[in-house]
Design a protein around this ligand. Structure first.
Ligand code: CP
Ligand code: NVA
Length: 311
């Protein structure tokens, strides 16, 4: 009698979906980063196809997923916002069900976390969140991989996030808690991280023996930081609030004055795209402590580890 192997579909919508395997994913990424050159690489995703559905623009996510699939022996198909018009030309559920009949996995960049979850519930193949308004889990994996490479550890380090308590900040709260890093997020009170995800991160931090704090004074938050992290003040979809946001966030710029508070070997991080003279001064992002392009590269390696795990 032949035994049937039942494979459970596994979605990565939140950093929480990688919780138990986060360290394993980072170790795998470090290993694949240094593996032999093309031609001698293992190809665990041979003949597998990933669909990439975008409701918003992208450089890093689009290219790193496509290159990642190619390097793993598979292929990726990119579907731009105008092509499918999710929720307009066709319902979210129907798009998820149809795509699932063609491909082995779907990377989805959505405006809204509710749409992301509806999509994942209706897809019968794994769905990976390539950013929504709540989280950016693949960015977080690439970021923690970068810190691990540079600092040779994660546990016990202090990451300070300054600016908007957005999707990138929410995922970092979870990622830091899971890996035992201390995190402080300094944001205006009106733009604090998501309450539910913060509470979850604090609960995990308790188990892991680290601290996750939010505050509104960037100088207090930057005190003793090993990593200083910021992101745009105007996320995709918030363009109408640009002027109001730029005024509100002015005191939250990462600049020469703020980094004086950090630890001796501090690193500067940003998920990109960046706006010099707004959330970060030019001298910091283009200075010797900036690792923003390592972060961009590490999206590729972290995502290859994620793809090889879930597809
Ligand atoms: N950091 C990031 O996700 O970049 P893209 O928006 O260019 O994909
Ligand atoms: N917070 C930003 C991240 C871009 C990668 C946005 O959502 O636009």
């Amino acid at each position: 009698m032949t035994s049937m192997v039942i494979q459970l579909k596994r979605d990565i919508i939140s950093v929480l979906d990688m919780k138990d395997d986060f360290k394993k994913i980072l170790d795998k990424a470090l290993k694949t980063k240094t593996e032999p050159p093309k031609g001698r690489r293992p190809e665990p995703l041979k003949r597998k196809v990933l669909a990439m559905v975008f409701e918003k623009p992208s450089l890093r996510t689009r290219i790193s997923f496509e290159v990642g699939m190619t390097q793993l022996g598979g292929t990726a198909i990119c579907i731009s916002p105008d092509e499918v018009q999710i929720g307009k030309r066709e319902t979210v559920a129907d798009v998820a069900k149809v795509l699932s009949r063609y491909v082995d996995g779907i990377m989805y960049r959505a405006f809204c976390n509710e749409t992301m979850r509806e999509f994942a519930e209706n897809a019968t193949v794994p769905v990976i969140n390539g950013l929504d308004d709540m989280e950016h889990p693949c960015q977080c994996a690439g970021d923690l991989l970068t810190i691990l490479e540079k600092k040779k550890k994660l546990k016990g380090l202090q990451l300070t996030y300054v600016g908007d308590g957005n999707n990138v900040c929410n995922s970092l709260l979870l990622g830091c808690a899971i890996t035992g890093m201390n995190m402080r997020a300094a944001t205006p009170k009106s733009h604090a991280p998501d309450d539910g995800l913060l509470a979850k991160a604090q609960e995990i931090a308790k188990e892991k023996g680290c601290t996750i704090e939010t505050m509104s004074n960037p100088f207090e938050a930057a005190e003793g930081a090993d990593v200083l992290y910021t992101d745009t003040w105007v996320s995709m979809g918030q363009e109408a609030e640009k002027e109001e946001r730029e005024n509100l966030f002015l005191p939250f710029q990462v600049n020469a004055k703020l980094v004086e508070k950090a630890n001796k070997n501090w690193l500067f991080m940003h998920c990109l795209p960046a706006h010099r003279g707004h959330e970060v001064s030019e001298e910091i992002i283009d200075g010797p402590r900036s690792v923003v392009f390592d972060q961009a590269e590490n999206r590729l390696h972290a995502q290859k580890a994620i793809l090889a795990t879930v597809l």
